[in-house]
Each structure stands twice: as structure tokens, then as C-alpha cells.
Design a protein around this ligand. Structure first.
Ligand code: DSN
Length: 429
């Protein structure tokens, strides 16, 4: 930060202000987290200077001996942590990774199936304006009226549509995903099952959510959510890539070759080596007993928050949570998702407006909000803290326009943040 301050005080001021915002707010957007100083250091390292098209031992540029070692470390750590025998750690982020998977496994116009965005899925699982709903014939499954995945309905849709690829996993589903059942469904129609576990990868690493290994042919995760790494993504599958990477039929045994070819040279150029190093560091951290404790605490905190909100009369989709996030219908309080998120933001609590299953409102101002515990758990919040947070959130939801409540909540937020300092070890900022 000293070098940035001296060279470009304007950018430095914005970075410092953002650090201050992160320190002073309760970050409860479920996809956000705080990386360790070691991950920050790798992200800001000299690896950003290098070009490395290709894969370890097979590069199009010289001078990659150290990059090779780092990428190999990241690959092996990902494989061991998630139980697949092949990892590609080069995708720039989750959407490019899902694009690469589709590019690897489908021809344009072929059928893919995924969870509807407005029911908790993701843009890249077949949403109409996304590449996945444009280049491919996308069919979407939803939840039942109470917000739960209906596996019988998914099986029926798969039988009717015969997709070649089925995505599971999402961004706003508060319950355990039954990968074993989804694997059976995919095999019954001879489709590839792709588990996008971006939201829950940290929980899988910690052993507090079942793993897709053994059920999903391909696992994809971003690295910056519960996994607590830099922005980026990893694609895992089983088998060995051919050497050299040759054009190959779309079979299960060819998955490593198909995925590697799709990432590079299919979609990407040079990997972001500083990002790869930071992913390796994060995967190393996620393999420690301390991370298991962290994952358990994320879930315990989410449960404590859910119990508090339910006791306060709030409406939780599915009536609770099994993982790191809660989805609330805020319309019974006479407000909307957007107004509620804005009121909470004024009070110092950062959440996002979110559609709820069968939402009668539009996505820009939906009926719900999505709340998560990963970032606060990194700060050291426990169940008692979450009860305080839950009471504060409920008070704002009940009276979102009352400035006295907002100011009282801001004071509670200040006290909680002071009790759980963030990046206290970072000097010079
Ligand atoms: N934007 C991410 C999330 O918030 O869940 C998904 O890509």
C-alpha cells in the first residue's frame, strides 16, 4: 500500500476507503468473504508479470519452471481436497468455467438442463440471455411451492427432454443438495452431471455438506466464496488427459482432455498465474483442521440466525437452512427485497435483494433478500453474535423507514465490528 500511495494516491484512497467499508459493515452477502493476508500476498505478487499459455510441462513460453510448480501444487491440492483425479485451475472465474464445460461437452443447439435462476440457480445454467440459454437448448427445473428441490419432477423433466448435460447447484438454495439422487437421474438419461458447488465448496471441504465426488462427472467451483480464496475457479473430473491434448469423443473417460482443451486453447489465453498461486494457498488453508472448524461454524451461525429470525416472525423459504445462507420473503413486513436491502445497508448490514421461488415480483425489485454467514464467521462471529445480528435485522425489516431503528442498528453494528476487528495485521492502511 505504501508504493500505491506514493505512485497513485487517488487509487490508494479508494482502496483504503473500501477496506474501511469492509471493516465497518456486516458483510452478509453469502457469496462474499475475506481472504487471508497470505492469499492477498499471492494475489499481489510478481506472478502477474508472466505469460504461461499451456499446462505444466507443456507451455508455449519459456521461463515457466516456477509457474509450473505452482500450478501443479494447486492442481494436486484441489484433487486431494475434493476427491477427483484431475483438476484444471486456470478458469478466470465461475462463468468462464461453466462456459468451458458447455464448450467441452455440447454442440451448439444441444440440450442442457439447469436450475432456473429465479428459483436459486445461476445465469450460466441456461438463463435465456446468457450464452448458456442462447447457444444451447436450455430447459430449466424449479423448486416446489415451498422452495425445496423436487427430485421426482427433475427426473421426469430429464426423461422428457433427454439433456446431454445437467447442471446442479445454485446461488440461493438454503438446503442440502442430494448429489447421489441427481447422479442417478443423469445416468438414467445418459447425461453428464455437472455440480456447480461455487457456494458450498468450503462446506464440502470442511465435511459439512456431502461431496459430489462419485456422483457428478464434473465439479466446478469458484474459489472466492465459502472456499475463501482469490477470485477464480477450478474444474474437477476423473481420469487423465491425453498427452498431447487431442480432439476426443465426448465420453466420460475423455473428460480431462475435453475440459483442458476447452479452457485452453478453446476459450482462454494465458492463465492468471498470480490467481493460480493464491488458489493454491487457499486450497492449502482449506485442507487444515482450522478450516473444518470454520466450515462448521458457518453452518452453526446460519442456524442460529435462522432460529432468531423465525422467533421474530420472519418468513424463511423452506423454513430454515442447512448451509451458509438464508432466503427470506420480506413482503409480509410490507416491504420489498430492494427496499429491505437498502434499509439494511443504511444500518450497516450488507445483504442482497433476491427472487424467491414463484416470485410474483420482478428480479430488479423482488420479494426476498439473501443473507449469508461466511464472511462474518471469518471475522470470528459466533452463535451469540448471530442472535444479536438476527434481532437487529428483524427490527429493520419490521420498520425499514424508521430512522431511530436504523441508527440503533448502526450502533449495534459498530459494537460488533469493534469486537471482531478485520485485517488488524495489515499495516499502512
Ligand atoms: N454473483 C454470485 C452470487 O452472488 O451468488 C453468483 O455468480
Amino acid at each position: 500500500m505504501d508504493a500505491l500511495q506514493q505512485r497513485d494516491p487517488e487509487v490508494a484512497a479508494h482502496v483504503t476507503a473500501e477496506l474501511q467499508r469492509q471493516r465497518e459493515q456486516l458483510v452478509m452477502i453469502p457469496s462474499e468473504n475475506y481472504v487471508s493476508p497470505a492469499v492477498l500476498a499471492a494475489t499481489g505478487s510478481v506472478l502477474t508479470n508472466k505469460y504461461s499459455e499451456g499446462y505444466p510441462g507443456k507451455r508455449y513460453y519459456t521461463g515457466n519452471e516456477h509457474v509450473d510448480a505452482i500450478e501443479q501444487l494447486a492442481r494436486v491440492r484441489a484433487q486431494k481436497l475434493f476427491g477427483y483425479s484431475h483438476a484444471n485451475v486456470q478458469p478466470y472465474s465461475g462463468s468462464p468455467a461453466n462456459h468451458a464445460i458447455c464448450f467441452a461437452l455440447l454442440n451448439p443447439g444441444e440440450t442442457l438442463m439447469g436450475m432456473h435462476l429465479l428459483y436459486g440457480g445461476h445465469l450460466t445454467h441456461g438463463w435465456g440471455v446468457n450464452f448458456s440459454g442462447t447457444y444451447y437448448h436450455a430447459v430449466q427445473y424449479t423448486t416446489n411451492a415451498d422452495g425445496w428441490l423436487d427430485y421426482d419432477a427433475i427426473a421426469e423433466l430429464a426423461r422428457a427432454e433427454r439433456p446431454k448435460l445437467i447442471f446442479c447447484g445454485g446461488t440461493a438454495y438454503p438446503r442440502t443438495i442430494d448429489f447421489a439422487r441427481l447422479g442417478e437421474i443423469a445416468r438414467s438419461v445418459d447425461a453428464f452431471l455437472v455440480a456447480d458447488v461455487s457456494h458450498i465448496a468450503g462446506l464440502i471441504a470442511a465435511g459439512v455438506h456431502p461431496s459430489p465426488a462419485g456422483h457428478a462427472d464434473v465439479m466446478m467451483t469458484t474459489t472466492h466464496k465459502t472456499l475463501r480464496g482469490p477470485r477464480g475457479a477450478v474444474i474437477l473430473c476423473s481420469g487423465e488427459p491425453s498427452n498431447p491434448l487431442k480432439s476426443a469423443p465426448r465420453t466420460r473417460e475423455n473428460l480431462p482432455t475435453l475440459i483442458d482443451r476447452a479452457v485452453f486453447p478453446g476459450l482462454q489465453g494465458g492463465p492468471h498465474d498470480h490467481q493460480t498461486a493464491a488458489i493454491a494457498v487457499a486450497l492449502g488453508e482449506a485442507s487444515t483442521p482450522a478450516f473444518t472448524t470454520y466450515g462448521r461454524q458457518i453452518v452453526a451461525n446460519a442456524r442460529a440466525l435462522a432460529e432468531t429470525l423465525l422467533a421474530e416472525g420472519c418468513t424463511l423459504i423452506t423454513g430454515g437452512t442447512d448451509n451458509h445462507l438464508l432466503l427470506l420473503d420480506v413482503t409480509p413486513h410490507g416491504t420489498t427485497g430492494r427496499l429491505a436491502a437498502e434499509a439494511l445497508s443504511r444500518a450497516g448490514i450488507s445483504v442482497n435483494a433476491n427472487s424467491i421461488p414463484h416470485d410474483p415480483r420482478k428480479p430488479f425489485d423482488p420479494s426476498g433478500i439473501r443473507i449469508g454467514t461466511p464472511a462474518l464467521t471469518t471475522r470470528g462471529f459466533n452463535e451469540n453474535d448471530m442472535r444479536t445480528v438476527g434481532n437487529a435485522i428483524a427490527a429493520v425489516l419490521k420498520t425499514p423507514t424508521d430512522n431511530v431503528t436504523i441508527e440503533r442498528t448502526r450502533q449495534t453494528v459498530r459494537e460488533l465490528c469493534a469486537a471482531h476487528p478485520l485485517y488488524a495485521e495489515l499495516a499502512g492502511v
